[in-house]
Design a protein. Sequence first.
Length: 481
Amino acid sequence: MDFLDPLLLARWQFGLTTLYHFIFVPLTLGMSLFVAIFQTMWFRTADVKWLHLTRFFGKIFLINFAMGIVTGIVQEFQFGMNWSSYSRFVGDVFGAPLAFEGLMAFFFEATFIGLWIFGWNRLPRGIHLATIWITVFGTWLSAYFILAANAFMQNPVGYRMSTEGHRAEMADFGAVLTNPVALTQFPHTIFSAIMFAAGVMIAVAAWHLSRRQHDEMMRPALKLGLWSMIIAFAGVALSGDQLGLVMVETQPMKMAAAEAMFNSACGADASFSLFSIGTPDGTSEIWSLRVPYLLAFLSTHDFNGCVEGINDLNLQYTTELFPQFADQVDGNFAPILWVTYWSFRWMMGFGGLAALIAVVGLWVTRKNAKRPVAGWMWKIAIWQAPLALLGILVGWIFTEMGRQPWIVFGLMLTEDGVSPSVPGWSVLISLVAFTLIYLILAVVEFGLIFKTVKTGPDPLPGPDDPQPSELSIDETPTTVY
């Protein structure tokens, strides 16, 4: 292996910076919703505990939002630095949804988040409440445009090739925005983000409740987090099922690689393996533990359905669909099987474990519970926080690695997208620099969040203090900072 190979280093750099950036994205998408819910409860009830929860989780949201912006800017620069051939080939199509994300969605959310931050005590309460809900809409809209751009890489639609055949050109922007992959990826991403934000809220509430701090505020936060985790997991499962059907239709090789299934099978033979061992050359299976019919049902919603295998798809791709690329990949269009196989299972495993902990959490914290929550249970509730995030990250690894060797499925191989004139040492320097800078930013990010969590929300009014409902808006402490 050439460790100064520009393609290898460019892939590592883009993969690492993308995964790092995506730590902040789902927390922003999910936490904005919870902050809006808390502020809505305060608006409707005038109960000051909801105000303090709004301010408290609003700080976490704003810290994370700022870090997401900083790390996200790097992503788009890499298209020009390390992936110029890809940018020239697909820029007319890929750039359109990204432009809408920047000019429309991002400025939209940035404007209203500014109004929300500085509008306390200046805007009427109803209008100020609307600003946080519009911020939620803006963050979700931004996510959709980015997913639409990514969906073109998975399933290119709405384009035509240029007359010289060297560039994809926009033909139907509506088709790009309504790509079936984007339509199914979006709810899957949003529900996953809610799971992660719920996990963070559960951990924060559990940390304070285990120390018997802020009980009156943290118990409703804990309950909302637990219920949101369970409901969002159901949404992840349902949207993931639909995304799987689209994946089988548009990228059958990805599903075959997710199962490490080498030969096509139907019905009982199209089984889902819980564990599998293959030959060193990756062409056949040695042993596996399988559930009959399950893969057939997941892929086709028919227990007797048929699923294409890696060997059959390779033959089809080599002889019929993509013979012009066959020599470059030596006739093997399958991704790295152990990566897709295990990331697919880890994705489901991490998410399922987070939901299971939430179910148990609801049971042990129910009103009529006969025993207090044990200390070790609180520790599990605290340390479950990254489970949903780990599921999200390995899910994205599966999505992107499962597309290989394509950078745009069926149109361009990844090796053809790298910048031809950028030497490996240059990419290595930027990779090392980004890694060091991101480590510093991680220390700052998590340090600020941990400090905010440990400080906790403002205490509730004492018995001799005036009730918030009796105060005017100018006398009610509502500053986010």
